[in-house]
Design a protein around this ligand. Structure first.
Ligand SMILES: NC(=O)c1ccc[n+]([C@@H]2O[C@H](COP(=O)([O-])OP(=O)(O)OC[C@H]3O[C@@H](n4cnc5c(N)ncnc54)[C@H](O)[C@@H]3O)[C@@H](O)[C@H]2O)c1
Length: 355
């Protein structure tokens, strides 16, 4: 296929971002969009010039589609992704893949059975600073991976979607936000096998942020808005992770330190160090600032379109299996925080196939 036929399900904040990204890619036809909210569907359809609009996503899937991007909240990802794959489309699903690893596994298996691509919108992988860290690692300047610490500290609850309702989101500051950093660090380190996890978490709202809350939010709010965790991987690597929505420093603060046996990478600002002849040398490169977490939606969607065209996933894009393991780590962090001690990471196993 040269002209790629794409449909977007969910026209909220992120669905609009996908449509904006799609409108800048050559040879893409946005065949249809869907949203339960009719007013939003009409407004977004007008804005991006999409004529076929549905409140029922199954009608959208009657179109002949090469790629469906799923931009609804996590509670509907599983059913929509499985239906889109069954209809023969490749899928780019927004993060988090699901509310739990148990919910993610059938999605991954559906993609494998349909022989279609399941790609996940962990767009931090496409930030320009990330690419520089990848080059630095590939050149051997970091050495072997020792450990990482990463944080995503936000000064607001994401009120635009119901990210604060556990049944809808599968979790707050971790499953909605810091999961980006967890995926990024795990991927940069070569996706080692996670072994155990420990975490502590708290819900600070409504002590903070009640002034900005929409009506009814206080009654429904049941997620953590602070979680700090620690994950151990096979081979000794570990990640220390911090996420919150009630940080008082303005904006979205995120960065990491990745420590190696020879050097160190700091994400924001990008600072790369390596050791030469016993001396620490800075080898940072200048990277364009536009490809931050938000700017990186564009290359993520472009990569999903290119992967669809090629019939093969771009190397940087997260696939379903990787996202399944990330959900298993998220599950373990929540289980640990509830239990008050370290727990094993349990990736759900595929059902036995008869020999
Ligand atoms: N990668 C990123 O940086 C990033 C940024 C923001 C959001 N997200 C992710 O995108 C997803 C959506 O988040 P959001 O903030 O845009 O939420 P949102 O609430 O703004 O938008 C979701 C939209 O989906 C619609 N919807 C729900 N169920 C539907 C169904 N069955 N069929 C059709 N439409 C349906 C809703 O009416 C709503 O308009 C979440 O998984 C979120 O984590 C990712």
């Amino acid at each position: 296929v040269s002209g790629v036929r794409v449909a977007v399900i969910g026209c909220g904040l992120q669905g609009s971002e996908h449509l904006r990204a799609l409108s800048s890619i050559d040879d893409v036809e946005v065949a249809a969009i869907a949203d339960l909210n009719e007013a939003r569907l009409a407004e977004v359809g007008e804005r991006f010039g999409v004529a076929h609009r549905y409140t029922d996503a199954s009608r959208l899937l009657e179109h002949d589609l090469d790629l469906v991007t799923v931009c609804t909240m996590p509670d509907t990802h599983s059913a929509l992704v499985i239906d889109a794959l069954a209809a023969g489309a490749n899928v780019l699903c927004e993060k988090p893949l699901a509310r739990s690893a148990a919910e993610a596994l059938p999605m991954v298996r559906a993609a494998e059975e349909a022989n279609r691509l399941l790609m996940v919108g962990f767009n931090m992988r496409y930030m320009s600073a990330t690419a520089a860290v990848r080059r630095f690692v590939a050149e051997g300047l970091l050495g072997d991976f020792v450990c990482a610490r990463g944080f995503m500290l936000m000064d607001e609850v994401p009120w635009w979607g119901k990210h604060y309702v556990n049944e809808i989101s599968g979790g707050g500051a971790l499953n909605a936000t810091a999961i980006h950093m967890l995926d990024l660090l795990s991927w940069l380190a070569g996706n080692p096998k996670p072994l155990t996890a420990t975490a502590s978490m708290a819900t600070v709202f409504p002590a903070k942020r009640s002034a900005s809350a929409p009506p009814g939010a206080a009654a429904a709010y049941d997620v953590e808005d602070v979680l700090f965790g620690h994950v151990r991987f096979e081979g000794g690597f570990w990640i220390s992770l911090e996420g919150t929505w009630v940080y008082d420093r303005p904006g979205l603060n995120y960065s990491f330190d990745l420590l190696g046996t020879r050097g160190q990478a700091h994400l924001d600002p990008l600072e790369l160090f390596t050791e030469r002849d016993g001396q620490v040398v800075e080898v940072s490169e200048d990277v364009p600032a536009d490809l931050d977490i938000e700017g990186a939606v564009n290359p993520t969607v472009e990569a999903a379109v290119a992967s669809t065209r090629a019939g093969e996933k771009a190397a940087e894009l997260a696939d379903g299996r990787e996202a399944l393991v990330i959900q298993a780590i998220v599950d373990a962090l929540y289980r640990s925080a509830r239990a008050g001690h370290e727990v094993e990471v349990e990736v759900p196993a595929d059902p036995e196939t008869p020999a």
